[in-house]
Design a binder for this molecule. Structure first.
Ligand code: 5GP
Length: 120
């Protein structure tokens, strides 16, 4: 699988500070910020700082420190955002997964019941 990365994608530009974002949490390897079009009371995107296009790319090629840093950011967001009642984590991937931004991101959605898993 060829994971070609487009460094002009919107999240790459956010990471470079070219576009503002509403940061929730940041560490050496990950950034978490609010989705610009929230679909739930809590809608945070967690992204790695490295150039990874998708979950499978990140899972295959990220270092142990990057993997740990990303998961630490997920844990921090969940702890900070008051989602004790539960949440949904979504990683849309490529065409069939309806991915719009080609930089790996995990949506954390919560603050209300999120409904059945899929509407197909
Ligand atoms: P995808 O469909 O790729 O999983 O989701 C991309 C998400 O990025 C969408 O929920 C969209 O609202 C969000 N998004 C797109 N552009 C921006 C932006 O410039 N800033 C922020 N905070 N979110 C964005």
């Amino acid at each position: 699988m060829d994971y070609a990365y487009d460094d002009q994608n919107i999240f790459a530009r956010i990471l470079r500070g070219e576009i503002p974002n509403d940061t929730v949490f940041e560490n050496d390897h990950a950034l978490a910020f609010r989705d610009i079009r929230p679909q739930a009371p809590v809608h945070v995107l967690v992204i790695p700082k490295g150039a990874y296009v998708s979950l499978d790319h990140f899972a295959r090629d990220a270092s142990a420190a990057e993997l740990a840093g990303f998961m630490a950011a997920v844990a921090a967001v969940c702890a900070m955002e008051g989602v004790e009642a539960g949440f949904r984590a979504i990683c849309n991937t490529r065409e069939h997964g309806h991915q719009e931004v080609p930089h790996f991101h995990m949506h954390i959605l919560g603050g209300k019941p999120t409904g059945p898993m899929l509407a197909v």
